[in-house]
Design a protein around this ligand. Structure first.
Ligand SMILES: Cc1cc2nc3c(=O)[nH]c(=O)nc-3n(C[C@H](O)[C@H](O)[C@H](O)COP(=O)(O)OP(=O)(O)OC[C@H]3O[C@@H](n4cnc5c(N)ncnc54)[C@H](O)[C@@H]3O)c2cc1C
Length: 483
């Protein structure tokens, strides 16, 4: 039996890590049980990375309220936690009278939700803001933005860790049992953990954990979206995300600028039951290109550098109608268990308000004492590539490891990779280095630097070559020595 926790959080994605960070404001012993080897291997690292304005959700819904709150606080959060965020705005582009009506309704709904900075713009202004777009008019959302979803999730987790939260990777929760003392015992392949409170922040695993808590009956479907990542060469043609006019349930295939200057194209929306398959078929790539080219005709195969996909956990009713976020405590069935179900989009934008809402439910049942030592600030790894020539020279003088470029595409230095290898969460995979530094994320996708990063992991952590993992268990990069 391991330590007794006040709160154990199942899932260390952006929501679980936001809950962990926000809970560390209080005097509580907190742990996160995460089945993967890092915090953003599932939906939190597989999305459009747009900080939504909050206009697309039904008035009165938690999605609307928590999205608007998340949007408002994102600037302060980014400053406190040192992750990249850009309030660049976003346009929904229309062409027909029906599109115009939908956009007017969207603005009214957004205003009723408390979203600000929404207005219709004509063709001239649209083409001044996004010269390379095709369309007659648009709705501009001035407060929408983009962020780095990896850095954001890692920042929340690292800040939680610095404030005393324990992270356990490779700890899949396989069973939950009620204890006589009212607490819970959570089984993992590495033993059992006891806690007074449990928070279900398991993303795609939300129904499984909810069932384990005894809260049964939820129907959660997967909606898979594929993306194409384009080279930075075309980044200057897209200063803000460009969306089509949305339907009631789907935002449509859009083109989005990323915080590092790439462009992503997607997602489609395919209902799936396999929550582990992230492959992107060629037919979907072609479909994305054809659909998005009507909005932004600069999607050329020569600029494709990678594909990825993500799966949204959508809670639906018996008729298949998509429901709001569910954030609940069912005192009669599972007291002291906060159950989060169907945290689909805008879960990235709303993660911290979701966490605060969940903690609010706990506070209705138990007094939480403030942690006087809580430090809201966290410092990330300085990006050498983003510095001025003078700042780069100063860093190299102070530490010669900044003078050695390991990833040539993204200009990532040895000093940054060393900091990433010795990260506060103890993550030791290649993908962990990639998400923390952008090494292997450039045009050559690691063709040049991948084995250098692998070697640094061996040297720094004392690993044998065949022990180094790409991302998941079983993803060993090397099999042994060829003689
Ligand atoms: C295609 C797509 C586009 C999106 N675009 C946007 C966007 O632009 N803006 C926006 O705001 N939102 C967007 N979202 C939504 C957003 O990404 C999610 O709402 C958010 O990442 C959910 O975070 P999470 O922590 O709940 O889930 P996850 O990141 O999936 O985290 C859950 C964690 O729980 C772990 N876990 C599961 N089961 C267990 C278990 N039994 N034991 C231990 N650990 C377990 C998983 O390994 C995982 O790490 C998008 C999502 C998708 C798929």
């Amino acid at each position: 039996m391991k330590d007794l926790y006040d709160v154990l959080i199942v899932g260390g994605g952006v929501v679980g890590s936001a809950v962990a960070r926000e809970l560390s404001r209080y005097q509580l012993k907190i742990g996160v049980l995460e089945k993967n080897l890092d915090v953003c291997y599932e939906t939190s690292g597989r999305n459009s990375a747009v900080v939504h304005g909050g206009f697309a959700y039904d008035t009165g819904s938690l999605k609307a309220r928590l999205c608007v709150e998340g949007n408002r606080m994102m600037g302060d959060l980014a400053e406190e936690l040192d992750f990249p965020f850009l309030r660049c705005g976003k346009v929904l582009v229309g062409n027909t009278p029906e599109d115009m009506e939908t956009l007017k309704r969207t603005i009214s709904q957004g205003e009723a939700n408390g979203a600000s900075g929404l207005r219709l713009i004509g063709k001239e202004e649209l083409h001044r803001l996004v010269p390379a777009v095709v369309g007659e008019f648009a709705m501009l959302s001035e407060k929408s933005g983009i962020l780095d979803p990896f850095q954001y999730t890692i920042a929340l987790a690292e800040n939680a860790r610095a404030n005393g939260v324990d992270y356990y990777f490779d700890h899949e929760v396989t069973a939950i049992r009620r204890l006589k003392n009212g607490g819970y015992c959570l089984s993992t392949p590495h033993g059992e953990y006891e806690s007074r409170w449990v928070v279900n922040a398991a993303g795609l695993g939300c129904k499984t954990i909810s069932d384990m808590l005894g809260i049964t009956g939820y129907r959660v479907i997967g909606s898979k979206g594929d993306y194409i990542i384009l080279d930075k060469r075309v980044g200057h043609l897209l200063p803000m995300p460009v969306y089509p006019v949305p339907s009631n349930t789907y935002m449509g295939i859009h083109v989005t600028n990323t915080i590092d200057g790439n462009v992503i194209v997607g997602p489609n929306a395919e209902e799936v039951s396999d929550f582990r398959y992230y492959g992107v078929p060629q037919k979907n790539i072609d479909y994305l290109r054809n659909s998005a080219s009507a909005l932004w005709p600069h999607i050329e195969r020569g600029n494709y550098i990678r594909n990825y996909s993500g799966i949204l956990p959508k809670w639906v009713d018996e008729n298949g109608v998509i429901q709001d976020f569910k954030i609940e405590i069912q005192d009669d069935i599972a007291p002291h268990a906060v159950n989060l179900v169907g945290i689909e989009s805008p879960g990235l934008t709303a993660a911290v308000p979701i966490a605060r809402y969940a903690i609010g439910l706990m506070k209705e049942r138990e007094e939480l004492k403030e942690n006087p030592d809580f430090n809201p600030r966290r410092k990330g790894i300085v990006r050498f590539a983003g510095l001025s020539r003078e700042e780069q020279e100063r860093l190299i003088r102070e530490n010669p490891d900044y003078g050695e470029i390991v990833c040539r595409c993204e200009k990532v230095t040895r000093a940054e990779i060393l900091q990433a290898i010795h990260n506060p969460l103890g993550v030791d995979t290649m993908a962990g280095i990639k998400y923390r530094t952008r090494a292997m994320m450039g045009r050559c996708q690691g063709g040049y630097c991948q084995m250098r990063v692998e070697q640094m992991l061996e040297e720094e952590l004392g690993r044998r070559p065949e022990e180094v993992l790409y991302a998941r268990k079983g993803s060993n990069l090397l099999m042994g020595t060829a003689r």
